[in-house]
Every structure is written in structure tokens, then in C-alpha cells.
Design a protein. Structure first.
Length: 143
């Protein structure tokens, strides 16, 4: 093999090894694993600053996108605004659906995980009770 070809092969191998090696942050620390946009993990909930909050505040801090209403929107006169189509609802341990305000009475320290179900997944899990909107499922350590 000619020397120039051998050098090109070695350079290509080194470039590949560098690209496939562990990724480092600029400070030399290992990069954190990617955050799942639809799940708030127990590790995130255990952060002392977050653990001191109620579930509503903690979820708003960690994943504000969970609270965006999606799906069909209708103007309603009267009736329970918590039941409007397309609005976000919550479920504790996959129990009955409730208004988002119920999160204010749940302590973050009691939670193992928080999951976001889009409107399709929520309808598959909760049927017509999901009313065309997404559902935030809070899973308690007290199960």
C-alpha cells in the first residue's frame, strides 16, 4: 500500500474514533443524557429545588409545554370550564380525570414520574373521557 494511502487510512480511522468517542462538555464533564420531552423522571423531581414545590409548580417549571391546550377548541357559555374539549387534564395513577388545578394539592416529593399523553394516546387510554385533549399522568410513590 502506498505511503500516502496509508496516511489517509490512519487519518480517517482517527477521525472516526474521535467522532464515535464519548462526548464531553466544554468543561470536560460528561454530557447529560437527553431529556425525554414527554416524561419527567424521578431524578428531575428529586432535585431539592423542585422537590420543595407542589406538582403544578414543578411541572410548569420543568415542562411548560405540558400545559398547552391542544385539540378542538370551542366557545362555551356556562358549564364546567374544566370539561371544555381539547383542554389538558390530569390523572393520578391512571385514576379518574381531573382539572389541572388538582396538581396544586399534590406534593412533588410523593411523585415517582410524570407522563404527558397526547390527545390520541389519552383517548386510547381514557376513552371519550379525555374529551379530545391531552392528559398529564402523575405517578405516585404511594401506589
Amino acid at each position: 500500500m502506498p505511503a500516502s494511502l496509508r496516511i489517509n487510512v490512519v487519518v480517517a480511522a482517527l477521525a472516526l474514533a474521535t467522532a464515535c468517542g464519548p462526548h464531553q462538555t466544554p468543561l470536560g464533564e460528561a454530557a447529560l443524557p437527553a431529556r425525554n420531552p414527554d416524561i419527567i423522571s424521578h431524578a428531575e423531581l428529586s432535585d431539592p429545588a423542585i422537590a420543595a414545590m407542589d406538582a403544578l409548580t414543578a411541572i410548569r417549571q420543568l415542562r411548560p409545554s405540558f400545559f398547552r391546550d391542544r385539540g378542538p377548541q370551542t366557545l362555551r357559555s356556562g358549564g364546567d370550564p374544566a370539561l371544555a374539549p381539547g383542554q389538558v387534564r390530569i390523572s393520578q395513577d391512571y385514576g379518574p380525570l381531573q382539572a389541572v388545578g388538582a396538581l396544586g394539592s399534590i406534593g412533588t416529593r410523593t411523585l415517582v414520574e410524570v407522563r404527558y399523553l397526547n390527545a390520541n394516546d389519552a383517548t386510547a387510554r381514557f376513552g371519550i373521557n379525555a374529551n379530545g385533549g391531552p392528559v398529564i399522568v402523575v405517578l405516585s410513590s404511594l401506589q
